[in-house]
Ligand binder design. Structure first.
Ligand SMILES: *Cc1c(COP(=O)(O)O)cnc(C)c1O
Length: 443
């Protein structure tokens, strides 16, 4: 592959760093998708970042279309976020005692979403794990319903795969996850209302909760579908209510990203419980789960459901998160929405010119490009997402990377933009597209 201007040919520093990393960290990474396994090649090691750019250890400047998998809505190293972080850190970085900073962050989340109370935690995984315990504790029921292709962190009971179409009892999706752990997890295909009806018809009085991504982003972007005027989330909220199960909307990815109030800002469906992460941490480890006060009062120390964390509500993370939310103005969302729309048009145009079949799907400013077959017009679920020609994405990805554009290293991910993505950064992406489309066409 020939590197186009400004070339970012892989040099020695990333290769050396990756070799060293593999000696001390399994696969050289602390989260599997970073390893480039599904696109091949050597991951770039990042030295620093500013605005819309990452700079790797070889000094290459890369337009960042991952934004840390969503969090960096304002771009990297935003001066006001940095100020808040610096002044918080100067007062000490962790106390293991309550602070006003965490109350500010909790209040900012409540302001923007339908939840009445939140508990802060350190990762999205911790949020979903805790919210399941809470739902089971409140209802006294064991079973949970989730969707194939929806990712909720690496919680044992949610790490499951399933057959397609109808609801199936889940089999563990990873060694180390026991059958006993997943025996109470029911998996349906996303957007498949008949499967959900069947699950509730069969197990209704045993189902503690249904958890869904507010809009799916972890199988590529798959919006909740509308049938007979009713959105999928509305349908889910109703069927949960009918059966006395709690409806949990996981907004770890979409929250404060697709609108100021996440997917809730798009469809207005009020869940019983919600989870948040990514943007609300402003690039630090912070996440949350929340809901009606009456439900949240089941948590210790008020209620009996135990949940805790040494670094929960960390003052530096809380300062970064609250500042990020404060700066996430309507202008920020308008800018990111416009940039996302522009890139979607340009990608469609470039792929169309060379005849590469594809589907682009979007939720707010999150979008992804599915390299599916010609006959596929939409991707409503994981079964369809799995029909992608992933080799085509890999060729596209590497051509873009050679031209200085850092896309997600997997065909099953959303692309993310920020308010820092200005004309210079977007032009760079657009000018890289024809060669990448041509590379995809050759597969
Ligand atoms: C990223 C993500 C999680 C997990 O969050 P971590 O902070 O990586 O543990 C959970 N749910 C959704 C929808 C996510 O996108």
């Amino acid at each position: 592959m020939t590197a186009t201007q400004p070339g970012t040919a892989l040099d020695s520093a990333s290769v050396a760093a990756f070799a060293r990393a593999q000696e001390v960290i399994p696969g050289g990474v602390n989260s599997p998708v970073r390893a480039f396994r599904s696109v091949g090649g050597t991951p770039r090691f990042i030295a620093r970042a500013k605005g819309p750019y990452l700079y790797d250890v070889d000094g290459n400047e890369l337009v960042d279309l991952i934004c840390s998998w969503g969090p960096m809505l304002l771009g990297h190293a935003h001066p006001e976020v940095l100020d808040a972080v610096m002044s918080a850190a100067q007062h000490g970085t962790s106390y293991g005692a309550p602070t006003e900073a965490e109350v500010d962050l909790a209040a900012a989340i409540i302001d923007r979403t339908p939840v009445e109370m939140v508990r802060l935690v350190s990762s999205g995984t911790e949020a979903t794990m805790s919210v399941l315990r809470l739902a089971r504790g409140i209802t006294g029921r064991d079973k949970i319903v989730k969707f194939a292709g929806c990712y909720h962190g690496h919680v044992d009971s949610l790490l499951v795969s399933a057959g397609s179409g109808v609801a199936t009892l889940a089999i563990p999706g990873s060694p180390g996850v026991t059958e006993a752990t997943t025996a109470d997890t029911i998996v349906c295909e996303y957007n498949d209302r008949a499967a959900v009806r069947e699950a509730f018809a069969t197990y209704g009085d045993q189902i503690a909760c249904l958890i869904t991504e507010a809009a799916a982003g972890n199988m590529g972007v798959v919006p909740p579908g509308v049938e007979d005027g009713a959105g999928f989330n509305t349908f889910l909220a109703e069927i949960c209510r009918e059966h006395g199960a709690l409806f949990i909307s996981d907004e770890v990815m979409t929250g404060f990203r697709v609108t100021a109030s996440g997917q809730f800002g798009l469809d207005g469906v009020v869940p019983d419980l919600m989870t948040f992460g990514k943007v609300m941490g402003g690039g630090f480890p912070a996440a949350a789960f929340g809901g009606r006060a009456e439900l949240m009062h089941s948590l210790a120390p008020v209620g009996g459901v135990y949940q805790a964390g040494t670094l929960s509500g960390n003052p530096v993370a809380s300062a970064a998160g609250a500042t990020t939310l404060r700066l996430a103005t309507p202008e920020v969302y308008a800018h990111v929405d416009r940039a996302a729309a522009l890139l979607q048009r340009e990608v469609a145009d470039a792929l169309g010119k060379v005849g590469v079949p594809h589907v682009i799907q979007t939720v707010g400013n999150m979008f992804s490009v599915f390299f599916v077959g010609e006959d596929v017009e939409a991707v409503p679920d994981y079964a369809t997402a799995s029909t992608q020609v992933t080799a085509r994405y890999a060729a596209f990805f590497h051509s873009m990377l050679d031209a200085g554009v850092y896309l997600p290293p997997s065909a099953y991910e959303s692309w993310f933009l920020s308010s820092a993505h200005d004309d210079r950064a977007l032009d760079r992406v657009v000018s890289a597209l024809p060669a990448a489309a041509a590379a995809a066409a050759e597969v």
